[in-house]
Write a protein that binds this ligand. Structure first.
Ligand code: HEM
Length: 606
């Protein structure tokens, strides 16, 4: 297995050479996750059928036409129009990105053994066999939050973990959280007002020399995803406190405590991904039908989970179209009265470790995130106001991308033009990547899924003349990424994915969770194994408990066991009623509950 560092960038176009150089420079603690898992096609038969792919011949011409299509997908510069608003709040965009970083990485890497890549004007699409033999996913495709935990804390000094740096020295079951700066690197006070709760300045990623010390550096790619990652660090720590208080039996030693807290965090996250995130972004009924009737398409290959390329390279990149050029970030940076200024999209990338948290071309470097930039999540979560207030809404899932996505600040900077411009252009990259990695066309995916194909009229519906001209060569064989976006636009008003997109995204996500024997959906099966071990432990514990445990402990244990009995009786999988609770007894059922428990959204923090 190659020993690859966690420090790669999202689309930060990391080359093998760069990876090697960074590995030479960094101490071993930065190699917190060392995995290579399989990519494969969800539908290998169509990926192997030339009729289902864009033609491999005339590649130069196809590449040129894909670039034109990419150009036409980008909105013109200027204020975003009112009709870009979707009914989805913008937190789902960056939650989506966070999920991407938890389960898939590397489709964007120019790997030397792939010989060629999308920066060449005449690259040849790789054969599906070559892709699956050579391209490896640098993530475990399970929702286990390796992006947050790395390989875990060092609880036994004889067995140090690579990720030990992510955990607090005096309480190693807890993750480090960064402190917000009140002064910039020059010692000048940070302007603006504090974000409630004002005294809480623990709302940054932990950093070493400004570089985020986290399980996946892509989560410091932009400020919003970084703040979302921070919420996970805080949520985990709050769960540790909750277990200590409410389940003392599970807090008897650090190992037990960490495992219990981590398990609870993972199950809450997985449950929310299925029941909040997926239900919000996919067509109504998709999730329920898969949960009720089972998976139709995703199955492990050779007994192993794999990441479907149709998901990573096409369908799941739907999130790029939800990215907005300007948000209502917080009371300092907004178009609302009383703001310091209205902030640009560019600044989201400036206030990251890569850009020295405010360094060029921002107002000046900081050592940690200045307090004035803490994201105010209540501006990002409200489903009722989303469609009405543009800044509080994700953009529609459609074939119009926000202008700044054609000029990504942190991409391609080491390259010369025209490669530099290409790498800065997300729409072109997505389309070329799909061609390069032989992703089947939208039409062939629709056929395979048994879904009515988009008609030529639908593919062209509402397009500008420029877009329709660029689309002309692809009307019969449409790149899957464009197809998924257009399907959402014409069949779901851009407020959710359409049927093809929904199926691929939901089958993949639920397929990965369902086939992970440690997930919340398999809690019952594992219960049997654990029960056996537990019973043995319990026998041993029994005598000791009699002497040492106080009455309070026993009450808690009894409550916990009662819950388990109920769960068994009613034959249910794990659900939030068995998880942590807000101080008012509320369960974690939507993302706002999660943020409140983490203490990053005013309300019932723990
Ligand atoms: C400002 C926000 C974002 C930026 C700047 C960004 C940028 C990028 C870039 C540059 C790539 C590599 C493209 C390539 O060369 O193949 C990429 C890949 C990807 N993006 Fe995004 N992205 C953003 C948000 C999102 C969101 C919201 C989602 C989904 C909801 C998403 C899903 C993906 C996926 C699945 C990949 C492929 C990952 C892999 O290598 O397996 N991204 N993104």
């Amino acid at each position: 297995m190659q020993n690859l560092p966690f420090e790669f960038s999202h689309g930060g176009y990391v080359k093998e050479k760069t990876v090697q150089e960074r590995m030479a420079l960094r101490p071993p603690t930065t190699q917190a996750i060392d995995v290579e898992t399989d990519f494969d096609y969800l539908f290998p038969d169509i990926a192997k059928d030339p009729n289902s792919l864009l033609p491999a011949e005339n590649n130069r011409d196809i590449i040129d036409k894909l670039k034109k299509l990419g150009e036409a997908i980008i909105d013109r510069q200027g204020p975003e129009l009112e009709d870009t608003n979707s009914t989805i709040p913008p937190i789902y965009t960056y939650w989506g990105q966070f999920i991407d970083h938890d389960i898939t990485a590397n489709t964007d890497r120019a790997v030397t053994d792939l010989k060629t890549d999308i920066t060449k004007d005449d690259f040849t699409p790789l054969s599906p066999k070559f892709v699956t033999d050579n391209l490896k996913n640098l993530r475990r495709p399970t929702f286990d939050l390796d992006s947050v935990y790395g390989d875990g804390p060092t609880l036994d000094p004889k067995n140090p973990t690579e990720a030990r740096d992510f955990y607090q020295e005096d309480d190693p079951v807890k993750l480090k959280v960064g402190q917000n700066a009140e002064k910039d690197a020059n010692g000048d006070p940070v302007p603006g007002v504090k974000i409630p709760p004002e005294s809480d300045l623990s709302r940054d990623l932990p950093r070493n020399n400004r570089i985020a010390a986290i399980g996946d550096s892509r989560n410091d790619e932009n400020l919003i995803v970084a703040q979302f990652h921070t919420a996970f660090l805080r949520f985990h720590n709050a769960v540790v406190d909750w277990v200590r208080k409410n389940e003392p039996k599970n807090a008897k030693d650090n190992k037990k405590l960490f495992v219990r807290a981590q398990t609870l965090v993972r199950w809450h996250y997985q449950w929310l991904v299925v029941n909040d995130f997926l239900k919000t972004v996919t067509a109504t009924g998709t999730v329920d039908s898969i949960l009720r009737d089972g998976l139709k398409f995703y199955q492990p290959r050779n007994g192993k989970l794999f990441m479907p390329l149709e998901f990573s390279v096409a369908a799941y990149r739907f999130g790029h179209s939800m990215v907005r050029a300007a948000y209502d970030y917080n009371r300092n940076f907004t178009d609302q009265p009383g703001a310091l200024t209205d902030a640009t999209f560019e600044l989201l990338f400036v206030f990251t470790g890569k850009r020295d948290l405010g360094g060029s071309p921002g107002p000046g470097p900081s050592n940690t995130l200045p307090f004035n930039w803490i994201i105010e999540w209540d501006r990002f979560v409200d489903k009722k106001s989303a469609a009405k207030r543009q800044r509080n809404s994700a953009r529609k899932i459609d074939t119009h991308l926000a202008f700044p996505l054609s000029d990504l600040l942190n991409e391609g900077n080491d390259e010369q033009p025209p490669i530099q411009q290409l790498l800065k252009h997300l729409a072109k990259r997505n389309l070329l990547r799909g061609y390069f990695l032989s992703i089947p066309t939208g039409q062939s995916l629709a056929n395979k899924l048994g879904i009515k194909k988009l008609t030529v009229e639908e593919l062209k519906q509402g397009n500008s003349a420029e877009l329709n001209q660029a689309l002309e060569p692809f009307l019969e064989k449409t790149p899957a990424w464009y197809y998924v976006l257009k399907e959402s636009e014409v069949r779901a008003k851009g407020d959710s994915l359409g049927e093809v997109g929904s199926r691929i995204v939901a089958e993949t996500i639920i397929g990965l969770i369902k086939n992970d024997r440690f997930s919340y959906l398999n809690e019952r099966d594992r219960d049997r194994d654990r029960e056996r071990d537990h019973d043995r432990d319990d026998e041993r514990d029994h005598d000791r408990d009699r002497d040492h445990d106080n009455e309070r402990d026993r009450d808690h244990d009894r409550d916990y066991d009662d819950e388990r009995d109920n769960e068994r009786k009613y034959n249910r999988v794990w659900n939030p009623s068995q998880g942590v609770k807000l101080p008012n007894g509320g369960e974690i059922r939507v993302i706002t509950d999660f943020l409140k428990f983490a203490g990053v959204l005013p309300g019932e923090s723990c």
